[in-house]
Write a protein that binds this ligand. Structure first.
Ligand SMILES: Nc1nc2c(c(=O)[nH]1)N[C@H]1C(S)=C(S)[C@@H](COP(=O)(O)OP(=O)(O)OC[C@H]3O[C@@H](n4cnc5c(=O)[nH]c(N)nc54)[C@H](O)[C@@H]3O)O[C@H]1N2
Ligand SMILES: Nc1nc2c(c(=O)[nH]1)N[C@H]1C(S)=C(S)[C@@H](COP(=O)(O)OP(=O)(O)OC[C@H]3O[C@@H](n4cnc5c(=O)[nH]c(N)nc54)[C@H](O)[C@@H]3O)O[C@H]1N2
Ligand SMILES: [Mo]
Length: 617
């Protein structure tokens, strides 16, 4: 969704319908990073920029398959690596990214907190921290040395499965680096302690003073193209535009004024606990109707059985998509035709706060309209003409700019459609005549650093290692990891229609280690049942030592449109992080078994939707 559509969806829900029940796929994606940043630094969003890639001496890539999922950035990083920078990769699966590492740490799934604490233990022990930075710009360090004493290399090696030498080598590379960056994505976020992962990673930067200066900093790679914009528009949970929240009195008052609403219109109650809970509430009958825009939750939400139950129980379901056939549209009473970003105008904001104006390359087909227009028209038809009579996306953007937030530095005041037509602009952008690039946050014009917290200081949080919510046991002895492939995008509504991409990544599979395959009597291509406490999928085996023994991996791209028993989200766990409410999509306990009946070939994409219940194969 464009920034304008995200903004209007939230304005309609919170400002006019009067519900705080709005969620977005960021809850499956960036919620933990966003929540972690807010706690550690005071505001959401990375403090640095892509420019930092050109100055870093060490890249610490953890829980991110950058090569496949952020390929352009990966090439930028590899240019720097070719020039001598060192690349450390932490991932339980030996990905294309890991293949390029100077130091690859094949971590046991879900044990990153132990590693991060263990690295800080060594940085401290080796005298590689920056006491001046700690004293001037942080709080909470006093508690750290005692806490870190619990994470000596031998203990960390035991918990993480990473050899002690590898842990020491990583700490030494980071400690000796002049500038270093950490990059992370879903391997850290999609965890029941995802927020803590961000805190522990930020701790490393605070302790070494490697933050808010060129070439250094914690850098979460955003998933969806405009998911940063969405976070800034407050399109999930308690969010309000300009990095605000309904939970803060002054922020509600500010937005009531912006939206020309009487004081105390916005509710502070009824804020939910994430997307998973929202579907549970639908299943329980507490939520009666929903409008799903630009997301395909029947395929993408953890433990999707709850989503299906919710949609079946709801009185009224509206979906709004650019394609007629999606797993979720099947459950809709009304389907609204959205236009694609290539057919409309709208602003998108990327990981490094960079605003780009998309302009139409072609007209939308049939009755399709830009998402913001559909939302505005529905709002007007509901009687809210006063708040939703916009002539253009640009009108909406001009209103969005008024949500400038001096507290977090969120500032688009200097950005106009006209300026964006000439090129992209990175916020904070206060003035039209200001620079297009504003690469470092929290540093004022005199070079003074102040974090957006009352004390101006960032915080060290001591975050102990705890196991994932669901660990393997006798019934479900394997750990399932899920994620992406280089040539497919999420639920395949777009890439699944491109023959060339389907040739490169033709179908679903489950990877398992040769040792496990031998014990289970499985060879390449065998149909394997992947079953958890919640459901099952049947996928062809790929036997590979890319995964650790005891672990398996399946991409989540293929779902009901492609056949029965393919949806890995019928299997995944919906246990959530108690702080960010982000579900655990990377660790869940499963059983693996060879399916003896001959495997049916995977049908090609077809219009025929299969039943969502997977009974027989
Ligand atoms: N080709 C392609 N690119 C994409 C997308 C796509 O669908 N296709 N989607 C976009 C979106 S929205 C997102 S969010 C990003 C996601 O980008 P990534 O997060 O890089 O991709 P994933 O494959 O979900 O997972 C990343 C890695 O986390 C690892 N991992 C699993 N468990 C753990 C763990 O416990 N610890 C650690 N350290 N690592 C672990 C996995 O093995 C995997 O290699 O990609 C974006 N880019
Ligand atoms: N098992 C497992 N599950 C996961 C993940 C994982 O790693 N493992 N990752 C999670 C993450 S990080 C993410 S971001 C989610 C992604 O999950 P989703 O957002 O549900 O996945 P998409 O396939 O990107 O769905 C986008 C939908 O919007 C439609 N669409 C595209 N463009 C437009 C437009 O301009 N307007 C409208 N109205 N519709 C449009 C598409 O056709 C599609 O139906 O998946 C999550 N689910
Ligand atoms: Mo994502």
């Amino acid at each position: 969704m464009s920034l304008e559509a995200q903004y209007l969806a939230n304005k309609l829900a919170k400002g006019f319908v009067g519900t705080n029940q709005i969620e977005s796929n960021s809850r499956l994606c960036m919620a933990s990073a966003g929540t972690g940043y807010k706690l550690s630094l005071g505001a959401d969003g990375p403090p640095g920029s892509y420019r930092d890639f050109e100055k870093a001496d060490v890249f610490f890539v953890i829980g991110s398959n950058t090569a496949d999922c952020h390929p352009i950035l990966f090439l930028r990083m590899m240019d720097r690596v070719k020039a001598g920078a060192k690349l450390i990769v932490v991932d339980p699966r030996r990905t294309a990214t890991a293949e390029k590492a100077d130091l690859y740490l094949q971590i046991k799934p879900g044990t990153d907190l132990a590693l991060l604490n263990g690295l800080l233990h060594l940085l401290h022990e080796n005298g590689h921290t920056d006491p001046d930075f700690i004293a001037a710009h942080t709080e909470g360090w006093e508690a750290m040395p005692g806490f870190l004493a619990e994470y000596p290399p031998a203990t960390v090696a035991e918990i993480t499965g990473i050899p002690e030498a590898g842990i020491r080598e990583a700490a030494s590379l980071i400690g000796r680096a002049g500038e270093w960056m950490s990059l992370w994505t879903m391997g850290l976020n999609q965890s029941t302690h995802g927020t803590w992962n961000t805190n522990a990673l930020v701790n490393l930067h605070l302790a070494t003073g490697a933050i808010c200066r060129s070439g250094s900093g914690p850098f979460s790679l955003t998933g969806q193209p405009n998911a940063m914009g969405g976070r800034e528009m407050g399109y999930m949970g308690p969010g309000l535009p300009g990095q605000r929240s309904v939970l803060v009195d002054e922020e509600r008052a500010f937005v009531e004024e912006l939206w020309e609403l009487p004081p105390d219109t916005l509710r502070k109650d009824g804020v939910g606990q994430g997307a998973v809970e929202m579907f549970q509430k639908m299943a329980d009958g507490a939520i009666k109707a929903c409008w799903i825009i630009c997301t395909n939750p029947v395929a993408s939400v953890a433990n999707r059985g709850t989503v299906i139950e919710g949609l079946e129980a709801a009185d009224f379901v509206v979906t709004q998509d650019v394609f007629a056939e999606t797993e979720t549209n099947t459950y809709a009473d009304v389907v609204l035709p959205g236009a694609m970003w290539t057919e409309t105008e709208g602003v998108l904001i990327n990981s490094e706060r960079n605003l780009t104006l998309a302009s139409p390359a072609t007209d939308p087909p049939g009755e399709a309209l830009a998402d913001w227009q559909i939302i505005a028209r529905v709002a007007c038809a509901m009687g809210y003409e006063k708040g939703f009579s916009y002539e253009s996306a640009e009108d909406v953007f001009e209103e969005i700019k008024r949500a400038w937030n001096p507290k977090t530095g969120w500032d688009l005041r200097g950005v106009t459609y006209e300026r964006l037509r000439a090129g992209s602009v990175q916020w904070p952008a206060a003035r039209e005549e200001g620079p297009d690039r504003n690469p470092i946050r929290y540093v004022d014009r005199d070079g003074e650093l102040s974090f957006p917290r009352a004390s101006g200081r960032a915080v060290f949080y001591a975050r102990p290692h705890i196991p994932a919510a669901e660990m393997p046991d006798d019934d479900f002895p394997f750990v399932l990891n899920t994620g992406r492939l280089q040539h497919q995008w999420h639920t395949l509504t777009k890439t699944g229609k491109v023959a060339r991409l389907n040739k490169l990544n033709p179908g679903p599979f489950v990877e398992l280690h040769p040792q496990d395959a031998r014990e289970l009597g499985i060879v390449d291509g065998d149909a394997v049942e992947v079953a958890s406490r919640r459901g099952r999928a049947v996928l062809p085996a790929v036997v590979t030592d890319r995964v650790r023994p005891g672990c398996c991996f399946a991409p989540f791209h293929w779902n009901d449109l492609f056949g029965d028993c393919l949806s890995i989200n019928a299997v995944t766990s919906d246990a959530v992080d108690p702080v960010s409410f982000q579900p655990e999509l990377k660790v869940c306990a499963v059983g693996l078994a060879k399916v003896s009946s001959p495997r049916r070939p995977c049908p090609s994409p077809s219009s025929r939707l299969r039943s969502s219940t997977c009974t027989d194969h």
